[in-house]
Write a protein that binds this ligand. Structure first.
Ligand code: AMP
Length: 145
């Protein structure tokens, strides 16, 4: 198997995120690869835009991104991942995961097989989307039962 050099792990802050990060760290260490950690704040502005006028200064996505940055920092610190390797993006998770992977020249993306969207699909919708859109290898780590 080829050695990976840049690994990207995407977390949704579900219960399994810590185990997923630990597994990603193991894989990165075994390959002597760098590891980037990403959380995507799902794009909300479009969900609420409709007939109801929103106050102009309401920046829900920015507020959520600020909270997510703190959460990601806590998860990263617990696992010894430096600030420069932590990324919070706003948008559609599968798209942002693939986009950042390309930007960081990742050659392996690690996602959980299931996340907060549950076990109703054999492979979670984000994992599935990433698998179909990524130009690099994708590892779906089985999490939970
Ligand atoms: P799901 O499609 O919700 O079952 O999620 C499967 C996996 O995709 C999760 O275990 C994460 O690795 C990744 N994922 C889902 N949502 C996000 C998100 N908002 N930000 C980063 N990664 C995510």
């Amino acid at each position: 198997m080829a050695n990976y050099r840049n690994v990207l792990v995407a977390v949704d802050f579900s219960e399994e995120s810590n185990a997923l990060v630990r597994k990603a760290l193991e894989i990165a260490a075994r390959n002597q690869a760098s590891l980037s950690l990403l959380h995507v704040v799902e794009y909300t502005s479009s969900m609420y835009a409709g007939d109801i006028p929103l106050p102009e200064d309401l920046n829900l996505d920015r507020d959520l991104a600020d909270q997510a940055t703190l959460k990601l920092k806590a998860l990263a610190e617990e696992n010894g991942i430096p600030d420069a390797a932590q990324f919070v993006e706003i948008g559609i998770p599968k798209r942002e995961i693939v986009r950042l992977a390309e930007e960081r020249a990742a050659d392996l993306i690690i996602v959980g097989s299931h996340g907060r969207h549950g076990l109703q699909l054999l492979l979670g919708s984000t994992a599935n989307g990433v698998l179909h859109q990524a130009k690099c290898d994708v590892l779906a780590v089985r999490v939970g039962s």
